[in-house]
Design a binder for this molecule. Structure first.
Ligand code: ZN
Length: 203
């Protein structure tokens, strides 16, 4: 994982709990609305965000503020992947890699579910986050066209997590202190589980 001390050409992740990050205020701002046609600055942010997303193996989504751009842009995916489904039993609605500008969400009912979340902007912890299970969304896509739709389960979780970033909210803000889990340990355990799944699949 790239951190604030990266030497990569892509912008590093801004991490709220890394003392080396000087621009962590960007994670707490209301990000700027994007207008069309895209300005060269927004195009650069978009290009970096997509390259950053593509450079990660295990990633559900990223928001522009996470790499230092205070723009309302998110990129995410909920692929039809049997390995992810082992961890995310509520991955029932899938979506390929998607880029949205100025997205919003509203809950369609009061039902919520807790599930583990981690974030590239939080280095030390992961934890269970309560999210709405069914939301309506609005967004603008690449051509400037406005879209609306509904999302459920894991897809709805990812969308809520990423849109929260545009409003200065981090998933760990929603995790009780006692429920925070060491990120390194959690990732190591998940790797073991993934290896186990791989063995089962190839046997
Ligand atoms: Zn995040």
């Amino acid at each position: 994982m790239t951190t604030c001390t990266t030497t990569s050409k892509l912008p590093p992740y801004v991490c709220i709990d890394n003392p080396a990050c000087k621009n962590k205020h960007v994670l707490r701002e209301l990000a700027q609305e994007v207008t069309f046609p895209l300005t060269p600055e927004v195009q650069q942010a978009l290009s970096d965000l997509e390259a950053k997303f593509d450079s990660e193996k295990m990633i559900a989504g990223l928001a522009a503020p996470q790499i230092g751009y205070s723009y309302r842009i998110i990129i995410f995916a909920a692929p039809d992947d049997p390995v992810i489904k082992q961890f995310r039993k509520d991955l029932v609605q899938t979506m390929p890699k998607t880029i949205w500008f100025n997205p919003t969400y509203t809950p369609l009912n009061n039902e919520k579910r807790k599930d583990m979340e981690g974030c590239f902007s939080v280095e030390k912890h992961v934890g269970p986050v309560e999210r709405y299970t069914h939301i309506a969304y609005t967004a603008t896509i690449m051509e400037g066209t406005k879209i609306t739709g509904e999302a459920t389960g894991f897809l709805a979780r990812v969308i809520q997590h990423e849109i929260d970033h545009l409003n200065g909210i981090l998933c760990m803000d929603k995790v009780k202190e006692a429920e925070k889990i060491d990120k390194k340990k959690y990732i190591a355990e998940r790797k073991k589980l993934l290896e186990q799944i791989h063995i089962n699949q190839t046997c």
